[in-house]
Structure formats: C-alpha cells, structure tokens
Design a protein. Sequence first.
Length: 87
Amino acid sequence: MSVTMTPEEFEAILDRAAKRGAHAALEELGLHDKDAVKDLGELRSLLSAWRDTKKAMWTTTVKVVTTALLFFMAGAVALYVRNNLPG
C-alpha cells in the first residue's frame, strides 16, 4: 500500500503533530491553563532575581576578601614599623 500526499498536506500533518506534542508537554508541566502566561512571567522574574543575587554574592565575596587582605597587610606593616622603630 502506497500513500502519496502533497508537500502541503505533509506539512499540515507535521504542524498538527507538533501542536499536539507542544500541548501535551505544556499540560505535563502544568502550563496549559489561562494562568500559564502569568506563571511563566513569575518564573522568569524569579530566575532574573536569582541571577542578580548570584552576581551580588560574588561581588560581595570579592570585596570582603579584598578588604580582609588589605587590613591584614596594613596590620603587618604597622607591626613591622612599630617593632623596627628606633627608640
């Protein structure tokens, strides 16, 4: 048995199958109702906030480590000068 179809018919079948697959995937994820757009917006907002927080954490960590090293170096210089002053 041989089935022949035009490219347009084949594309229409593929389009319907893709849409059904997308709908099934969204339903599995719980993103098939009217609140899905709002939910995705909130998820993107949370992801953006997480990225901003991660960036701020790294920036703060670098600042704290740099400040600690500078204080240590200043303390070491102060001790050196105090111990090596004549008098």
